[in-house]
Design a protein around this ligand. Structure first.
Ligand code: FES
Length: 138
């Protein structure tokens, strides 16, 4: 007879039912909390600057937060298009462009699918982009 406060030990009956021995409170897959903690490294050529982008911010927002001068007239509203970058490496590590972003870029003659708006860019892994003239604020 076991003490009522002793943990149960797995037995043959448990295994025959295929029950998992994983603690019910241990996460076994990424959840929303994990996603909010995710950060991605963006390398910007030709300067070689590296920007850490959080899961809940755009490349533009991350760059400004980290003290970079990044051209914008609309403040990140997806209207002016001067924040544009060209994807060089890791295009599969960004969220696809939304319709409004693609339309705005097309209107401005930037229909290359590798051209994206930094203010709309959701980064999900390491990437390298081309953005000339990037520098730190003084
Ligand atoms: S900052 Fe204006 S479109 Fe991105």
């Amino acid at each position: 007879m076991t003490h009522p406060l002793e943990p149960d030990e797995p037995n043959d009956a448990d295994q025959s039912r295929g029950e998992s021995l994983v603690h019910p409170l241990e996460p076994d897959e990424p959840n929303d909390a994990d996603q909010s903690l995710r950060e991605s490294l963006v390398r910007v050529e030709p300067s070689g600057h590296e920007i850490i982008v959080g899961a809940d911010e755009s490349l533009l927002a991350a760059a400004i937060r980290q003290g970079y001068r990044w051209p914008t007239l609309c403040g990140g509203a997806g209207e002016c298009t001067i924040c544009f970058v060209k994807m060089l490496v890791g295009a599969s590590n960004v969220a696809p462009a939304q319709r409004a972003e693609r339309e705005r870029l097309d209107e401005c003659g930037r229909s290359d699918p590798d051209v994206r708006l930094a203010c709309q860019l959701e980064v999900r892994g390491p990437i390298t982009v081309l953005k000339r003239g990037l520098r730190k604020r003084k």
